[in-house]
Design a protein around this ligand. Structure first.
Ligand code: FAD
Length: 411
């Protein structure tokens, strides 16, 4: 029985079904065939913490197969050659991916272009020459990119960034560092944010610009891959820019107005992480309710103990609310409304409750919940991380409070 009345219009239902078929036929069997590599961190990562080249080839294969099947660029603006679908399709697509694949079949996470690692609305702001150079391989899933905003001294308050682009003839020379830049060790391009007008930046009135920088540029250094949470490698890295020459065609959007570029991805990123929470917690709760019916203790299936079933029921209740919030936020955005407060509420609630749901599912499984076999700890870890990334829980509350202080008291 459907829990939500008419969650999606028929065309998005069909899209989700088609995507599900793609995941089951193209992605999951591929992941299973290569599980010895993909599920064993000792093989998956090199000594420097980078993905093994064979794993990178599989990731590229999935991106390209998804592009051919029409899913990869489904939410990329039509002006760039994408499917032009809106936020509801974006949420619905990602929710399907995370529900079907969770962290177990993580290759599935490459079936849709993430707004910062592949083609998205951000590319509509690049110059005609940049489009010519990068659009085709990016849309085909052959190449990828990353988004360099955070720095060692500038996280939630990105205006504190120190990276500088100093005018030099018709272009600039770029110096500085970035941290936590996801996909940067593997990306072909990085959108780098740097101060171009220190006075305006100090007054918090712009002065920061965005540049499209090929990662092969002389002076672009991936200093080290960051190992998150005991992992042997990963996606995030520390970057260093050593006097990189940047030409006018590499400017993205308007000079000194780089934050407008970052804003293009904010809603997509927050809905993406909310979809991760809803999809992964559904997959985990399904597992838990199967397990507690068959696992016995003290002469009964543990499902008979309310100490086991009630926390799971509570998480189901919370994630149902999160799901409804996501659908609503996506619809508000598709109606052209800013929905700042609603998107912030949705992302904060969904990711916090999602991490808690995973924790409870692990608890209900006992020791086996803590093993690598069930992939629950990886899902918990991924949801815990997004309580920080893409607007931390606190920064989202700050946004909500500010909107309310400005008089938006509707909810
Ligand atoms: C998995 C992951 C991937 C990431 N990927 C990228 C990426 O691709 N590109 C990129 O540019 N960045 C990326 N980031 C960085 C992310 O954007 C920052 O971590 C985030 O902005 C928070 O900054 P910070 O970690 O420096 O924390 P800080 O800003 O130092 O904050 C520390 C703590 O203080 C709290 N805090 C700060 N200000 C306030 C306030 N006004 N009121 C109340 N509490 C406050 C924060 O919420 C946090 O709890 C990623 C982070 C993670 C975890």
């Amino acid at each position: 029985m459907p829990a939500i009345h008419e969650a999606y219009p028929p065309e998005i239902v069909a899209l989700r079904d088609g995507l599900d078929g793609f995941l089951r036929q193209e992605v999951i069997p591929r992941h299973e065939r290569h599980a010895a590599l993909l599920d064993d961190e000792r093989r998956l990562f090199t000594d420097e913490g980078r993905y093994h080249p064979d794993a990178l080839a599989l990731i590229r294969e999935v991106r390209m197969a998804a592009a051919r099947a029409g899913y990869y660029a489904m939410c990329v603006p039509a002006s760039l050659g994408g499917g032009g679908l809106g936020h509801l399709a974006w949420f619905g697509g990602w929710e399907r991916v995370f529900h079907r694949c969770s962290e177990q079949y993580w290759l599935g996470h490459y079936a849709i272009s993430h707004w910062a690692f592949g083609p998205s609305a951000v590319l509509a702001q690049v110059s005609p020459r940049a489009r010519e150079e990068m659009l085709a391989p990016m849309m085909a899933g052959r190449q990828s990119m990353c988004f360099g905003m955070s720095e060692p001294g500038a996280g939630s308050d990105a205006m504190m960034m120190k990276s500088r682009a100093v005018p030099d003839g018709s272009g600039w020379r770029l110096s500085g560092s970035k941290i936590w830049t996801t996909n940067s060790p593997y990306a072909d391009y990085c959108i780098v944010f740097a101060v171009t007008d220190p006075e305006r930046a100090a007054q918090r009135r712009g002065g920061i610009s965005a540049f499209l920088v090929p990662t092969a540029s002389p002076g672009f250094v991936v200093e080290r891959v960051i190992r998150m949470w005991g992992s042997a490698g990963g996606d995030e890295a520390v970057l260093h820019f050593d006097d990189i020459r940047v030409e006018p065609w590499q400017l993205v959007g308007e000079l000194h107005k780089g934050f407008a570029i970052a804003m293009l991805g904010v809603n997509l990123g927050r809905l993406y992480n909310s979809a991760r929470a809803v999809g992964q917690s559904r997959a985990a709760l399904e597992k838990a309710f199967e397990y507690i019916k068959v696992r016995e203790a003290f002469g009964h299936p543990i499902a008979e103990y309310q100490g086991v079933s009630f926390p799971l029921a509570e998480s189901a209740m919370q994630m149902h609310a999160a799901h409804l919030m996501c659908l609503n936020a996506a619809r508000l955005l598709d109606a052209g409304l800013p929905a700042r407060k609603e998107v912030a509420m949705t992302k904060a609630f969904a990711t916090q409750m999602g991490a808690q749901a995973l924790d409870r599912v692990i608890q209900a499984h006992g020791a086996i919940g803590m093993t690598n076999e069930l992939h629950l700890t990886e899902a918990w870890q991924s949801l815990r991380k997004v309580n920080i990334a893409d607007g931390s829980n606190e920064i989202l509350r700050r946004t909500i409070a500010r909107e309310m202080l400005d008089g938006d008291m509707d909810w």
